[in-house]
Design a protein around this ligand. Structure first.
Ligand code: CAA
Length: 289
């Protein structure tokens, strides 16, 4: 039993936007915080567009869309999250910035609180975020969603050293209420998803760099031969080449092995500003973006 009615999401970007849409559609009172007005406005706009698309596709009725949108509030002050039963952090993947936030949340939701503090980090140590949260450490947990959140079924649940059993149980029940499947993993850099996925993506860059095949052929081989919905290079563009390179670096440091260092070609594309879908060009070109 999760006993959760109100979900707070810190960060109104791509992941925070998706998580809040799913939370509101599942009937939770949803509060989205971002310190940037433009991000909140973009998030609100995306919610309206994505939900309108659900009606177009016959997956939702208009009155349900209105109810869903009515459950979401967009706020500029972290203090206004007091009523939340869980706060899910989905901000920039930077350990220092995340620790600052967890320190603030640990003060706000101190020892007498029941509020869970979850992080959507894809690689940063949950144990370190929990340590930053002080008195709330046993209520800190990793709740790793996948992009695009409304479509992907998994939530990878990461227990830090300090995470209480009860916190893990409540988060697993919440994931089910959100229509997701929670699968546990322990707190090692990259957890399971990125530890397995990212070296494969990185290897695709090496294969391309060494001239084993053209990028389109690398992807075609993996799509047709392994039944992947997207080839690894297309997926790298979809995730963001900067994010892929960053996750590899975090794993190389965290797992203390150079075998996780990003491929030089991947790093070079990032340096050239070719970040994938979001910049209009990565491995492939996306002229309309
Ligand atoms: N945001 C939100 N929803 C999206 C989306 C996006 N960027 N892109 C697609 N969708 C949704 C839409 O609802 C869409 O349906 P409609 O267009 O009918 O509304 C639905 O997905 C299907 O999309 P498409 O019809 O375009 O077709 P598709 O069959 O090619 O599926 C896909 C697209 C679901 C993205 C599929 O290609 C896929 O599963 N790709 C792999 C995605 C993946 O591996 N994600 C994990 C990345 S790793 C990660 O997130 C973790 C990390 O730490 C890096």
């Amino acid at each position: 039993m999760h006993n959760i009615k109100t979900i707070g999401i810190v960060g109104a970007g791509q992941m925070g936007g998706g998580i809040s849409q799913v939370a509101a559609a599942a009937g939770f009172t949803t509060i989205v915080f971002d310190s940037h007005n433009e991000s909140l406005a973009r998030c609100k706009d995306q919610h309206a567009k994505r939900l309108a698309r659900e009606v177009e596709k016959g997956r939702m009725q208009q009155p349900d869309v209105e109810k869903t949108l009515g459950r979401i509030s967009y706020i500029h002050y972290l203090d206004h999250m007091k009523a939340c039963d869980i706060v899910i952090e989905a901000i920039v993947e930077d350990a220092r910035v995340k620790k600052d936030l967890f320190a603030k949340l640990g003060k706000q939701f101190g020892a007498d609180s029941q509020t869970i503090l979850a992080s959507n980090t894809s690689s940063i140590s949950i144990t370190e975020l929990a340590a930053a949260a002080g008195p709330a450490a046993d209520r800190v947990i990793g709740m790793h969603f996948f992009y695009p959140v409304p479509v992907m079924k998994l939530v990878e649940v990461i227990r830090g050293r300090q995470t209480a059993e009860g916190t893990t149980g409540r988060v697993a029940a919440l994931a089910a209420a959100l229509g997701k499947t929670a699968v546990p993993a322990n707190d090692r850099a990259g957890f399971i998803s990125n530890r397995v996925l990212m070296p494969m993506i990185n290897e695709a860059f090496y294969a391309w760099m060494e001239g084993v095949a053209e990028p389109a052929h690398v992807d075609e081989i993996m799509k047709l031969g392994c039944n992947f919905p997207m080839g690894p290079l297309r997926l790298a563009d979809f995730i963001g080449l900067d994010t892929c390179a960053h996750i590899m670096e975090v794993m190389a440091d965290g797992l203390n092995s150079d075998r996780y260092r990003p491929c030089p070609l991947l790093k070079q594309l990032v340096a050239a500003g070719r970040l994938g879908d979001k910049s209009g060009r990565g491995v492939f070109e996306y002229p309309t973006k």
